[in-house]
Ligand binder design. Sequence first.
Ligand code: BJW
Length: 237
Amino acid sequence: MTHRNLVILTGAGISAESGVPTFRADDGLWLGHRIEDVATPEAFARDPARVQAFYNDRRRQLPTVHPNAAHQALAELAARWHGKILLVTQNVDDLHDRAHAATPPGPGFDLIHMHGDLLKAVCTATGRVCDWPGDLATDEASPHHPAGRLRPHIVWFGEMPLQMDRIEAALAHCDLFISIGTSGAVWPAAGFVETAARAGARTVELNLEPSLGRSRFDEGRYGPATEVVPGFFSDLI
Ligand code: BJW
């Protein structure tokens, strides 16, 4: 079967072998934190020092990690693919961005960080987003508004993920949906497979092990992303 329009959803599992911890593993990112203490707007209002410190630590880690063979295989696919590819990542790291900068994609490619970007900050007064590669102070003043403060550009629980209209439109027109390294525990991303299936797409899960949403996919391939992803894409091309 030939495919033209792809939507690829990635989660923390694709960055795991680069050394970025996943969320829900036993030794994962939530270790020592309750989700409601660090990943909700209420947590930020209650204890901004703790939330800023949690994201400052993760932002500082980024220069020490690098794209792995799975990010690279995806970048090579995007460089060679003749149809459309929308890459939707739930990850707030910049490993996809770096892989695609090193291997520039074709014109039909686009990347959406639906849960935000660790290297950006948002002004609480205006909603303006700016690049922010360093630490954020607890009460960081916004360059955009005298009354504004800067918070991490992260979609927390209860907030609307980014660019949902574009994602929904691409899902409605895709013929192959591939989910890589995500547990299927967080919505709306966990439901993308069903939207794609309703559009008639073939749906494939690539993961270390079957995810919570396994039964929603037509097929699955299991093993470390650095092995399974390059293998699947070389078959596709
Ligand atoms: C490997 C591997 C290797 C390991 N190779 N694989 C009740 C029912 C349904 C929904 C809700 C509900 N109550 C509330 C909700 C909604 C809520 C939600 O989903 N809650 C759930 C807890 C139930 N969702 C929201 O609030 C979202 N907003 C929203 O819904 O707005 C309203 C709306 C309605 C309708 C349409 C649109 C919008 C916002 C969600 C924001 C999520 N934010 C986080 C934190 C971001 C900040 C941060 O980075 O700190 O995003 S949560 C966290 O989970 C993070 C991730 O992006 C996300 C997904 O995690 P991911 O990537 O799947 O990681 P893990 O750790 O779970 O899984 C890793 C996977 O990798 C595993 O499968 C491993 O097997 C695999 N793996 N090593 C391959 N080497």
